[in-house]
Design a protein around this ligand. Structure first.
Ligand SMILES: *Cc1c(COP(=O)(O)O)cnc(C)c1O
Length: 340
């Protein structure tokens, strides 16, 4: 977290406050900083997605809010591109909706009906889907279906915080604990005022809501707000420059070790210049070591070295990926999760 975030959290610790008022005030300030209609602090991007979906289903209908995830008589379908299915869509499904998978524009237009509550898009999967970001938002507008984009891995650049909404998305979800360097368990939901208000009604501190278990402390709410303030002022290209320098240091060192068959390259796994990684690979007929064994040895070494975890497009069984972060600007979390 930015030092300023810790300071803000320490300040928030000192007094009692009306949580509803704090939520509204922090949301207003964040919206004005980012330049969007409305904003709220959530318990992370996943929580933003759950609350955004809930808002699209219930609006401000108190009865509907109480009944989630039991949706009989309510809109209970969310349209998603097949290629955009990912582990995080559980956050959408948690509301009780069925995900309707589509591939083409034709599929999508056929899928739209009275039961459609929302259309979900993942920025991370834009490369894979047939329907691209702007077209997807436009289709939502055309059919009067609210659209939500998971923008978690799109920042920096900070302009993206408002860009998707300007393209026509109604809601955008972001993680607070990644590049924004806010509290790890906070996030943002940005977008249309009526939907943000409905999302707030589906959230803690309101009782008997899907968001009751996603409460965010006053310290985190203020910390998240300050995280946005500080990030927007930060020239992230400095962080990237420093990261590149560290990467060059590592690749130079590795290549200077006289082991035949070991090579390094810089890879851009997301086709994004912001997220380079180092790929180290070797000739298995020379070095009889698997990726898993190399990873294990490095982890158990002294000092332990934790490599970029699962979910990566490994091409061989004789390589590993190094994710480089700098202390001053950790572009990526050092926590890794394996799914299977
Ligand atoms: C990290 C991430 C999330 C979840 O964010 P949290 O803030 O941890 O809830 C969702 N989508 C994508 C693409 C992510 O990378």
């Amino acid at each position: 977290m930015w030092p300023e975030v810790i300071e803000a959290m320490n300040y928030a610790r000192k007094g009692p406050i009306n949580m509803g008022e704090l939520n509204n005030a922090a949301g207003k300030r964040i919206a004005s900083l980012i330049g969007c209609e409305a904003a709220m602090v959530s318990g992370g991007a996943c929580s933003s997605m759950t609350l955004g979906t809930a808002a699209c289903i219930t609006g401000k209908n108190r009865d509907f809010i109480l009944r989630i995830p039991e949706l009989s008589g309510m809109k209970d379908e969310v349209i998603i591109q097949k290629s955009h299915r990912y582990p995080y869509d559980h956050a959408v499904r948690a509301c009780g909706v069925r995900l309707i998978e589509v591939e083409t524009v034709k599929d999508l237009e056929r899928a739209v009906n009275k039961k459609t509550a929302m259309m979900h898009f993942s920025y991370f999967h834009d490369r894979k889907g047939l329907i691209k970001l702007k077209e997807f938002a436009a289709l939502g507008k055309k059919h009067h279906i609210p659209t939500l984009i998971d923008g978690s891995l799109s920042i920096p650049p900070w302009e993206r915080l408002s860009e998707f909404l300007n393209f026509g998305f109604d809601l955008a979800a972001f993680s607070g604990g990644k590049a924004l360097k806010g509290p790890y368990s906070a996030g943002l939901l940005l977008g249309r005022k009526d939907l943000i208000e409905a999302a707030l009604l589906n959230n803690a501190p309101h009782m008997n809501t899907i968001g009751r278990g996603m409460k965010v402390s006053k310290e985190e709410i203020l910390g998240m707000m300050v995280g946005v303030e500080v990030s927007l002022k930060y020239d992230y290209s400095l962080g990237i420059k420093r990261q590149r320098k560290l990467m060059k240091l590592i690749t130079d060192k590795l290549e200077s070790i006289p082991i035949p068959g070991v090579k390094t390259e810089i890879v851009f796994p997301l086709n994004e210049p912001e997220w380079p990684k180092i790929r180290v690979y070797w000739d298995k007929s020379v070095i009889r070591l698997s990726s898993a064994e190399a990873t294990k040895q490095l982890r158990e070494g002294e000092p332990g070295v934790e490599l970029m975890g699962g979910g990566f497009d490994r091409r061989t069984d004789s390589e590993f990926i190094i994710s480089v972060t700098s202390k001053r600007y950790p572009l990526y979390m050092t926590v890794t999760v394996k799914y299977h």
